[in-house]
Design a protein around this ligand. Structure first.
Ligand code: FMN
Length: 187
């Protein structure tokens, strides 16, 4: 099963980095698959640790994809690392094995500590819309514009019916990027 999470890592100077990643989960253990080049990959190879943040504030996902990476972090408990303050739960992991690949290496990680911080309060269709739109935008240069536009039109239906203020804010950031991309593509 793949779960959409925010992975936080840090380099040897302690500088934190966060990125949305679809991780392959097996209980608390997981495989992280970063496409090269990737700061997450570099940091994980350097520090051998990461934090998997389970988070329902979709502004973090949309924010990272649109250049807003400055979200509050706190110190991890059992590893050298940092936890997203708004995470509902997090798992601290250690890198145990790498399956190298020129495009997308597989980083096998084992859980060393998991903590819950706030309850899960239910599914929301607008959150799904924001996640899917953020993935489309992270692939803007690899997908045909017509496919992106038709998928956004579909995702907008759930968004408009069910969004709260966080989802609307995240959606607006993503649409600004798409509008700019469209304007550049047609000029
Ligand atoms: C929901 C979601 C899931 C993503 N999953 C992955 C992933 O599994 N691997 C990856 O390389 N990028 C993924 N991305 C895109 C990265 O977050 C983005 O390209 C990021 O900048 C990764 O590079 P970095 O490690 O240098 O930050 C995902 C984006 C979103 C919105």
């Amino acid at each position: 099963m793949i779960k959409e999470t925010i992975v936080s890592t840090q380099n040897s100077s302690g500088l934190a980095h966060i990125a949305p990643m679809g991780i392959h989960v097996n209980g608390d253990d997981c495989i992280i698959l970063p496409f090269r080049p990737s700061t997450t990959l570099n940091n994980l190879l350097e520090s051998k640790t990461a934090v998997i943040n389970y988070c329902d504030d979709v502004r973090i996902f949309a924010g990272c994809i649109t250049g807003r990476r400055d979200w509050p972090l706190t110190i991890a408990e059992k590893i050298n690392g940092q936890v997203l303050q708004c995470a509902l739960a997090h798992t601290e992991v250690e890198l145990v094995r790498i399956e190298d690949d020129p495009a997308r290496p597989k980083l096998f990680c084992k859980a060393v500590h998991t903590a819950n911080h706030a309850p899960f309060t239910g599914f929301n269709r607008a959150q799904y819309s924001v996640l899917e739109a953020a993935i489309l935008i992270s692939r803007l240069n690899r997908l045909p514009l017509a496919k992106i536009e038709s998928e956004i039109d579909y995702l907008r239906i759930g968004l408009e019916k069910t969004a709260g203020s966080r989802e609307l804010e995240a959606w607006a950031w993503l649409m600004t990027v798409i509008d700019k991309f469209k304007a550049e593509a047609t000029s």
